[in-house]
Design a protein around this ligand. Sequence first.
Ligand code: ATP
Length: 197
Amino acid sequence: MLGGTFDPVHIGHLIGAQAAWEQLKLDKLLLVPAARAPHKLERSIGAARHRVAMLELAVDGDPRFELYLNEIERPGSSFTVDTLRQYRGSRLSEGDELFFIMGTDNLAEFDTWKDWREICKLARIAALNRQGFDTDPAEFERQFPELDVCWIDMPLIGVSATQIRRSRAAGCSIRWLVSAEVERYILANGLYAGPAS
Ligand code: ATP
């Protein structure tokens, strides 16, 4: 599972997801859009229907990737611990392996997440290296001996959804930062064009 706001989904997510799929030898990579990320409440998140539509376009025809819409369909805040519990309870058998994948920006504050110790029991954490949050695995493991993290090797992709929204608001091109289909969708729907993005 790779959770996020995906506002919009971009190449950093997809390259990270592909690297995780290969290195963790996954059967499926689930992209899990948050209804409202608890740590992003200060900013209004783009309409869920647009974020889901862009995710569908980004993974269309790729059997490795699937959307899991539990958080969008569930009322209230999106807490990862609830999503993992729900997924384990409804879709997995005992002994099935589950990973929760996150960038090192999220990993750095993971111990502030609701029930993070419970999260670690429900899934193994896998980390994607994120520019600006360079984490030395040995140092991290010294600091958080309770966390057994799988480190994914991927090229450092200095792209964020914030940067894409800002580029759009400034009238700059977002080509190559998102897939061609996602770019077309953003332009056709006039997303992120306003100053408040
Ligand atoms: P925003 O800029 O709006 O905060 P974002 O680009 O960080 O968004 P999210 O949807 O919050 O995107 O990210 C979902 C997950 O993907 C998070 O765990 C995040 O750390 C990870 N991620 C996002 N962009 C990258 C990237 N360029 N490289 C590696 N991991 C990434």
